[in-house]
Every structure is written in structure tokens, then in C-alpha cells.
Design a protein around this ligand. Structure first.
Ligand code: GAR
Length: 209
């Protein structure tokens, strides 16, 4: 992953794109040795596409097809083709709210990362900050992990903790987790682009300098 050529990121998101903005800003500031090759969204008016366009980065809406929680076969093929044509080295999921399946995972095996708003394996799935608040945990956080065939179940690359305060609201806790994601995700992507991490089964380790 560190062969002298510029490392290329393909970013997928469905929402406001604040994690993408943090990553794009880190790239622009030289903190991530990579370039954003393409940004794709399954939501036509998603903020993430706007963030990309204002930064003059290639951005495209690709319709997800007939399902609600995954891409249909044609859409999956269109995403894979767009990412292959952009010659991406790493796929960065930044709030992409569809589960990726078979052919997509096979096309980019071991090269897809995601950020999730909890300390996995606690609270996978939707509204993880609400799950944390409802459960009454005192500490939650965010996780950057490799994507496998399960839901938020891949090997963990990095985690950052966030306290849950006594009188927290959903919005306040969510905002605190989001802020932690904006620190953690660019750092993890930077390490991957520098070729610093090694995957040993379920364990991801930082290679010795
Ligand atoms: C982030 O909090 C991310 O962890 C979450 O969506 C949000 C996207 O925010 N992703 C998931 O829950 C995926 N399971 P953003 O669009 O502002 O980056």
C-alpha cells in the first residue's frame, strides 16, 4: 500500500458527510498521504456530494436500486465499476447506510474501512449512540474497522472513547461521538495510506517502525 504512487481513496456516504470533510481537510493539509479519487453517494442530494464538489473533487450519485438496506445487483456493479475506474486503493465508508455484500466485498477484499459510532462490538447497527444511552453505559465512543460480510463486525483498526454524562441528551452524545470520529478516522486512514498497519486475523497491529 506504500509503493511510491499516490494512494487513492474512494469514499462512499449517504449523509451530511462530516467525516468525509474531516478526511478531505486532512488530505488537503498533507496529514494523509493520499488523494480523494472519487466520492459516491446513494442519496442524490447528500451533503457529502456537496462537500466534495465545493472541494473540486469528483462526486457522483449512483442510484441504489430497489432495496432499502443494500444495493441491488445493477447498482452494486455500477459502484464497483466506478471505484475500479477511479483506481482506488482504499474504500472509505463515511456514513454509507447500506450493507455491502458479495461481489462488492470480493472486488475490494481487505480494502474497505468504516467508522461506527460506538465502541464495537457493543452496539452495532443503527443509532448506536441511542443504544448506548438506553443501555446506561458510562463510556462509549467510535470505532474504525475493516468491513467484512457481517454488520459492523470486521477487525478493529482504532477506537476512541467518549464519556456518557449524567444528563446527556441524544443530540449531545451524538455530537461528542461525531467529534471523536473526526479525530480518529483521518488518523486511521493516514496510517493505512502510510502502510503502517498489518492485519493478523481479527487483530490489526501497527508495524514496528
Ligand atoms: C457517523 O456518525 C458514522 O459513524 C455513522 O454515520 C454517521 C455519518 O456522519 N455510520 C454508521 O452508523 C454506519 N453503521 P457524517 O455523514 O457526518 O460523516
Amino acid at each position: 500500500m506504500n509503493s511510491g504512487k499516490i494512494f487513492r481513496l474512494g469514499v462512499l456516504g449517504s449523509g451530511q458527510g462530516s467525516n468525509f470533510a474531516a478526511i478531505a481537510d486532512a488530505v488537503a493539509a498533507g496529514k494523509i498521504a493520499a488523494e480523494v479519487a472519487v466520492v459516491l453517494s446513494d442519496v442524490e442530494n447528500a451533503g457529502i456530494l456537496e462537500h466534495a464538489r465545493t472541494r473540486n473533487l469528483p462526486a457522483r450519485f449512483i442510484a441504489p436500486g430497489k432495496f432499502r438496506t443494500k444495493l441491488d445487483e445493477d447498482a452494486e456493479r455500477a459502484y464497483v465499476t466506478a471505484l475500479q475506474e477511479a483506481k482506488v486503493d482504499l474504500i472509505v465508508l463515511a456514513g454509507f447506510m447500506r450493507v455491502l455484500k458479495g461481489d462488492f466485498l470480493r472486488a475490494f477484499e481487505g480494502r474497505i474501512v468504516n467508522v461506527h459510532p460506538s465502541l464495537l462490538p457493543s452496539f452495532p447497527g443503527l443509532d448506536a449512540w441511542k443504544q448506548a444511552l438506553d443501555h446506561g453505559v458510562k463510556v462509549t465512543g467510535c470505532t474504525v474497522h475493516l468491513v467484512d460480510a457481517g454488520v459492523d463486525s470486521g477487525a478493529i483498526i482504532g477506537q476512541q472513547t467518549v464519556p456518557v454524562l449524567d444528563h446527556d441528551t441524544l443530540d449531545a452524545l451524538h455530537a461528542r461521538i461525531h467529534a471523536a470520529e473526526h479525530e480518529l478516522y483521518p488518523k486511521c486512514v493516514a496510517s493505512i495510506a502510510r502502510g503502517e498497519i498489518a492485519v493478523q486475523g481479527r487483530r490489526v497491529v501497527w508495524k514496528a517502525a
